[in-house]
Ligand binder design. Structure first.
Ligand SMILES: [Zn+2]
Length: 344
């Protein structure tokens, strides 16, 4: 049963502190619409929106559930959220939380319908540092980010190191109503009991979260931890082509396979070449491959590593390696593509 709460019971200071903990930017926000999907509202986010998020359903109004973008406009973050949506992965995140507790590092556990979120509040960090920090924690705890099928098992928010033109990834702002289940999910302690008896008291806790120290973050970032490569690529393999002697390697790669044929191994594309963009949190098939002109493009504004609005298969693979935490330099990308596409 949702907790009954009169609006007067929610202190604006508590709402404000809670928002400061989770909200990284105030110029726009994701709003949950039907079926659990979100739309971006390009409007200033205000405390009254946060207030509606926390209270609407409890007051008997239609739910108003918003998301929290992980990165600020400057691509900085003050939290990282690890997301598991299956029991096994969620058990692994609990294990990580226990290990961190033993090291006196605070974490916050937010179970959901299936699985849940493990939150770590940090000092303000760059997107790339905070993601590297989270990756290393996972590797050190022997938790695989990817399964054998190359599908992600654990999602790290923020999903991007640096923002392109879009606002990037987001997580449902806690303590709102999950529209699929109509439930509000509480943060829990290590006994799996709510961290505080009422929403008001949970807000007070979350408004003043214990943060991971800068010292601990720096220690983890300094660890020589090998982030494992992705599991081998799925078969069928690409038909290999012979490199032509008189042309640059990058041209041979582009001649070996079309952007459409290459990309469709990794992204579900329809007949028109449209699909969900692998580079941002996409719900509306913003990604497109132009078959005639042999390039890809994201209508939501994802940029290539060089800052272009789409590009060749090399650009695609650089970006792909980047979001999978691999070396995304031109040299490393071309080397891998050569092994995939060209016969020696
Ligand atoms: Zn995109």
């Amino acid at each position: 049963m949702p907790e009954r709460l009169r609006s007067v019971e929610l202190d604006p200071n508590l709402t404000h502190a809670f928002a400061e903990t989770f909200i990284s930017r105030w110029d726009c926000y994701p709003l949950q619409i039907e079926k659990g999907t979100y739309t971006q509202v390009r409007e200033k986010l205000t405390l009254s929106h946060v207030f509606k998020h926390l209270t609407n359903a409890r007051l008997g109004y239609p739910p108003f559930t918003i998301g929290a973008y992980a990165l600020s406009e400057k691509s900085q973050a003050k939290w990282v959220c690890l997301d598991a949506d299956a029991d096994q992965q969620w058990a692994e995140l609990w294990r990580l939380a226990y290990s961190l507790r033993d090291a006196e590092v605070p974490t916050y556990i937010e179970p959901s319908r299936r699985g849940g979120h493990l939150w770590l509040f940090t000092p303000l960090l760059s997107g790339s540092d905070i993601r590297q920090f989270a990756r290393k924690l996972l590797v050190m705890e022997k938790i695989s980010e990817y399964g054998e099928d190359r599908k992600r098992r654990i999602e790290i928010y923020p999903k991007q190191d640096v923002l392109g033109e879009g606002a990037g990834s987001f997580v449902r702002l806690p303590l709102g109503v999950h529209q699929k289940t109509g439930q509000v999910y509480h943060f829990v302690d290590f006994e799996n009991k709510p961290i505080a008896p009422s929403i008001r008291e949970q807000l007070a806790v979350l408004g003043q979260p214990n943060r991971v120290s800068q010292e601990f973050v720096s220690t983890i970032l300094a660890q020589e931890v090998e982030v494992p490569a992705l599991p081998p690529k799925p078969s069928p393999k690409f038909k290999k082509h012979k490199a032509r002697h008189n042309e640059p390697l990058s041209e041979s790669l582009k001649h070996a396979v079309s952007v459409f044929d290459f990309v469709s191994r990794y992204v579900d594309l329809n007949e028109q070449g449209r699909g969900l963009c692998p580079f941002h949190d996409d719900h509306e098939r913003s990604f497109a491959v132009n078959k005639q002109r042999n390039y890809w493009h994201c209508f939501a504004g994802c940029l290539t590593s060089d800052g272009n609005k789409g590009g060749s298969l090399i650009d695609f693979w650089m970006k792909w390696r980047e979001i999978h935490g691999q070396d995304s330099s031109f040299a490393a990308t071309v080397k891998e593509l050569r092994e995939m596409l060209l016969s020696s």
